[in-house]
Design a protein around this ligand. Structure first.
Ligand code: NAD
Length: 430
């Protein structure tokens, strides 16, 4: 089957039995294209009955897929990788339209998604093996053996910041292991997982093995609670993750994988190379409009290097962070996911100012030419805050860097660890 990238969303945002489709539902949500800030479609929300129908379709298809050899599944996943590479540019444009990130970043996401399918296609045969164990009496009388078996149907729920890649990171390992998937994207970025469905079908993934439902919390709850869903894989906020873990234990007790929020840090000591520290702090704060779970928004800088680091990072941000239409080649900061999220980020900037913060650059809304309707934000660098400030404690999930001076190693380790989150960390020293 030939894969062609569809030109719009008119084929529906659901995916069932190997093709795009839609459902009848009285309730819908608005699909907003972040780049222009406009509603481009209305998408019906899945009810519990629809979730049930999709999970049953996945369960029916899984039996045969789970019986194929890991080698054969690996071959299909390699074909998926090839198709993604063949259509990388068109998929990257879809991703920009789904999420608002700059095209140069979307290209990296799509390239890494192809690599992910190759990786899991390659390890399927090597990893999916069991052990044999000797039992009392010796191997001539008794041995035990273990086998790695698929769970069955895996319920996957994604966030909106890496719509294609997050989906791929869940789907590729699940399919490699012989599972079927029902995927629920974020209603803020629902399109890319449907595109992935078309690629999977074209590569030879059997009908029903991968399915997409749409909706908000209600659809997610129904998926987590469904008794034919044998495992849940979730990416999103800590609050939703806590709920997901509870829901996954209501009707049967399912294993759950949670990838949640963060408030990470980098620590820059006096003997660091300023250029390298600046380059890394830029990456750790401003990629994807700062909408990255591992963002190191708490930038602890030792006092001896504070002045030179601060001057250099503000200069670098002024020189490099061009906010604009994400489809343009030289844009480095695209649109935030939606108006509500932008207002939340602006609220954190305001709270920082009220708590003694000094905004060294950015921190305001902007309206780039040609895409004025989108939720664009000039990345902020803020100093002068204590560790107790709201912006320092809570996940902002936006392009807001906080420079926090320190004197000693003992002090900074204690302050860096003084958080309820834990995702990533970086240290710079000579
Ligand atoms: P969110 O928690 O609001 O929503 C995530 C998904 O969960 C959406 O599809 C949503 O519809 C669904 N959902 C919400 N409540 C649910 C429930 N009770 N049961 C089932 N599904 C439910 O998060 P978001 O705003 O989409 O994403 C941003 C968050 O995700 C940030 O906190 C970010 O740090 C985190 N994130 C983490 C990682 C990681 O790998 N650790 C990666 C990306 C994003």
């Amino acid at each position: 089957m030939v894969f062609t990238v569809p030109s719009d969303l008119s084929g529906g945002l659901y995916f069932l039995n190997g093709k795009r489709t839609t459902i009848e539902s009285t309730e819908t949500f608005d699909v907003i294209e972040p780049r222009i800030g406009q509603v481009v479609a209305k998408c019906p929300k899945a009810t519990a009955d629809i979730v049930d129908q999709y999970v049953k379709a996945a369960a029916d298809a899984q039996s045969a897929w789970g019986e194929t050899t890991a080698l054969d599944r690996g071959k299909v996943l390699h074909k998926v990788a090839d198709l993604i590479r063949e259509h990388a540019e068109e998929i990257a444009i879809w991703e920009v339209k789904t999420n608002g990130k700059p095209i140069y970043e979307a290209r990296c996401d799509i390239a890494s998604s192809a690599d992910t399918f190759d990786f899991f296609g390659g390890i399927a045969t090597a990893v999916l093996q069991g052990d044999s164990l000797e039992l009392p009496g010796g191997p001539s009388q008794r041995i035990a053996y273990t086998r790695r078996e698929p769970y069955g149907v895996v319920g996957c729920i994604g966030a909106w910041n890496y719509p294609f890649q997050t989906c791929v990171w869940k789907v590729a390992p699940a399919l490699a292991a012989g599972n079927a998937v029902v995927y629920k994207p974020s209603p803020f970025a629902p399109a890319s997982p449907v595109l992935l469905g078309e690629i999977l079908t074209a590569a030879g993934v059997p009908k029903g093995v991968y399915n997409v439902i749409q909706g908000e919390q209600e659809a997610g709850v129904a998926l987590c609670e469904h008794n034919l869903v044998a495992k849940v894989s979730f990416t999103g906020s800590v609050a939703s993750g806590e709920a997901v873990q509870r829901q996954a234990a209501t009707k049967n007790v399912k294993p759950v994988t949670l990838e949640l929020g963060g408030k990470s840090e980098i620590i820059i000591f006096d003997d660091s190379d300023v250029k390298s520290a600046v380059a890394s702090a830029m990456l750790a704060n401003f990629l994807n409009q700062g909408q990255v779970c591992t963002n190191a928004t708490r930038v602890f800088v030792q006092k001896g290097i504070l002045a030179s680091f601060t001057e250099a990072i503000v200069q670098e941000a002024n020189d490099k962070l061009k906010v604009g239409d994400p489809l343009l080649e030289d844009t480095r900061v695209g649109a935030n996911i939606n108006e509500g999220h932008l207002q939340r980020i602006l609220g954190y900037v305001e709270s920082a100012k009220q708590e003694g913060g000094v905004v060294l650059r950015g921190g305001v809304r902007v309206h780039p030419t040609g895409v004025e309707g989108g939720a664009y934000f000039e990345p902020a660098i803020i100093t002068g805050l204590s560790d107790e400030a709201r912006a320092v404690r809570e996940e902002i999930f936006g392009a807001v860097m906080l420079i926090l001076p320190f004197e000693t190693e003992e002090e900074v380790i204690a302050r860096a660890n003084n958080t309820t989150y834990g995702l990533a960390a970086g240290v710079f020293s000579g």
